[in-house]
Design a protein around this ligand. Structure first.
Ligand SMILES: [Zn+2]
Ligand SMILES: [Zn+2]
Length: 567
């Protein structure tokens, strides 16, 4: 279904129009975008059934927008969008990545200071011009600068969630070619690293000397719609740049070397060096073409067999960092890593009782679709005014709604949790009498990020001493590639979690806790919980990204609270 892609395009058209001086129009595009985004039916079907007329029935879609949707359905593109982007002096994509910069602020920066891109913005901040603008101020200027610094650090690095769609597009295109025997993603994306530099694909065909087939595959890859630049195109490797400056490489090998190439190009470098050393000790030579004894190739087609020949169990890609996994594989002591199928429910999602998009019932139904046994509603509490957090009275009202809904399910349960705010002094913003009525209590820090380490640690430790608390959400406050965490003594937090039997969250959206600390928590005997923090039912499936962190942290099913039928 392309509804989301279309909605995004329309929304961006609205953004571009917002930057200009066209009255009314931007709202129309945004309204249409929101309607299409929440449409249950595939937009292609709507068009197939009733043509333009059907499209015009969608909220906010008039004749002119309907024509553009038709163009999208027929060609996959909207010319008008390309024109707007080309004509606009402003690099909207780049500026929107800065935390706290929306279109309205970007427009102001352009009108007043002629800021077109990040570079202009940095310069203006250096000259302290931004803080003098109405609606900005010193604090905003400082925040913007910090966000830019962070973006620069992470520049060229991507979060898997943000590029997954592009990866899937390549997969779909290449796998369709009938001569392709094997296909895999390789590199850090296969290892599911927290951030990824570029994406490597590996494709095998029977015979790499078949020029016609080689050409066909390389052309398919290089001519995808998303390609903005072909960096190099050859017979064994093609490199492209797609939008957002993401580089992608496709390597072509013969099927008889596929396993060796996959092992080699998955990495990490450290893992591969250690593995080659083992091969040498055993009198073999290991490279991207195969495992050799002298001139004779012993293995090449299957990755698993290469590990086997070296006397190792196959190692899941997530663990391949030479951090002890090789020794464990030799001794057959690799943990059985947690799988997506092990997850029985999500304990952190938001409904339209606060900042979320969907009703409790809609979230529950989606959770049932995902095969879960339960879902934990984890709405914000009253201190988080911006999210319309719940007070004691509304928590009670919500309970009633949940109780009624629960009567309609068999083998499924909605749990009422709450993402209770940890106030600056470490107390919670909901009274114990109400906490007692909840199925479980999660706690989070959402304010005062600039506290020093000692005070922040004290604050969270105190909150963890409330004996109703079951889960500590996103314990460091970081958002991978976007925001640094606050200062906190994570070891002290882990020790307290052990003492008070509190589970620590791996938040799939934020990437917090990271795999290094999650591993430490496991080693200390603390349970973890993998949650989506969904604010939209579509985001429930993002839990997979937290799962990758858990796997990189060597976690098994038993280490994770929400793999249990009952929590
Ligand atoms: Zn939160
Ligand atoms: Zn949340």
């Amino acid at each position: 279904m392309k509804n989301q892609e279309l909605a995004e395009l329309l929304f961006e058209i609205g953004d571009f129009l917002d930057l200009g001086e066209v009255p009314f129009k931007p709202d129309a595009y945004k309204k249409a975008a929101i309607a299409i985004d929440s449409l249950e039916e595939d937009i292609f079907n709507v068009y197939k059934k009733d043509g333009i007329k059907g499209l015009e029935k969608i909220n906010g879609v008039g004749k002119s927008i309907a024509l553009k949707i038709e163009e999208f359905i027929k060609t996959g593109k909207i010319k008008y969008y390309k024109e707007l982007k080309k004509e606009s002096p402003i690099n909207l994509e780049e500026l929107k990545m800065v935390e706290g910069l929306g279109v309205r602020k970007i427009k102001k920066l352009w009108q007043e200071l002629k800021i077109r891109n990040l570079k202009d913005l940095e310069k203006a901040i250096e000259d302290h011009k931004v803080s003098q603008l109405f609606g900005f101020g010193d604090k905003t200027e400082k925040n913007i600068l910090e966000s830019i610094k962070f973006l620069r650090q992470g520049q060229g690095r991507f979060v898997l969630r943000d590029i997954l769609e592009e990866i899937e597009k390549v997969e779909e295109k290449i796998k369709k070619i009938k001569e392709v025997v094997s296909f895999s993603i390789a590199g850090s994306a296969r290892r599911k690293k927290e951030t990824i530099g570029d994406v490597d694909f590996l494709v095998a065909i029977k015979d790499v000397s078949d020029k016609y087939v080689v050409e066909k595959i390389m052309n398919t890859f290089a001519q995808m719609d998303s390609v903005v630049k072909i960096i190099a195109k050859g017979e064994t490797k093609t490199s492209i740049k797609i939008k957002n400056n993401l580089n992608m490489d496709l390597r072509l090998v013969s099927q008889s070397s596929f396993g060796a190439a996959l092992q080699y190009f998955t990495g990490s470098k450290e893992h591969n060096i250690a593995l080659r050393r083992i091969a040498m000790k055993k009198g073999y030579k290991l490279n991207e073409y195969g495992l050799f004894r002298g001139e004779a190739k012993i293995e090449g087609e299957y990755e698993e067999k290469i590990y086997e020949r070296l006397g190792l169990k196959w190692i899941p890609p997530e663990l391949r960092e030479n951090q002890g996994e090789i020794e464990m594989a030799i001794k057959n002591e690799l943990p059985e890593l947690v799988e997506l199928e092990d997850i029985k429910g999500d304990l952190h999602c938001h409904t339209n009782w606060n900042g979320g998009k969907n009703s409790i019932e809609e979230l529950a139904k989606e959770a049932i679709n995902l095969g879960y046994s339960y879902i934990g509603i984890n709405d914000h509490t009253k201190s988080l005014k911006i999210e319309n957090g719940l007070d004691e009275k509304r928590i009670k009202e919500q309970r009633k709604e949940i109780d009624i809904l629960n009567k309609s399910f068999k083998d499924f349960k909605i749990l009422q949790g709450s993402e209770v705010d940890i106030l600056a002094d470490g107390s919670l913003d909901i009274n114990n009498e109400t906490l007692k009525t909840l199925d479980y209590v999660s706690i989070s820090v959402h304010s005062g990020f600039k506290m020093n380490k000692k005070d922040m640690t004290k604050r969270v430790l105190k909150a963890m001493d409330n004996h109703y608390v079951k889960i500590l959400n996103h314990p460091t406050g970081m958002i991978v590639n976007k925001r640094e965490g606050y200062n906190i003594d994570i070891e002290a937090i882990i020790n307290k979690a052990l003492k008070n039997n509190i589970a620590i969250e791996i938040n799939s959206y934020r990437g917090d806790l990271n795999s290094q600390f999650a591993k430490l928590a496991k080693e200390r005997g603390v349970k973890l919980v993998i949650n989506s923090d969904a604010h939209d039912k579509k985001e429930l499936k993002n839990l997979e990204f937290g799962l990758y962190i858990a796997r990189r942290a060597y976690l098994t099913k038993n280490d994770i609270l929400n793999t249990y039928e009952k929590i």
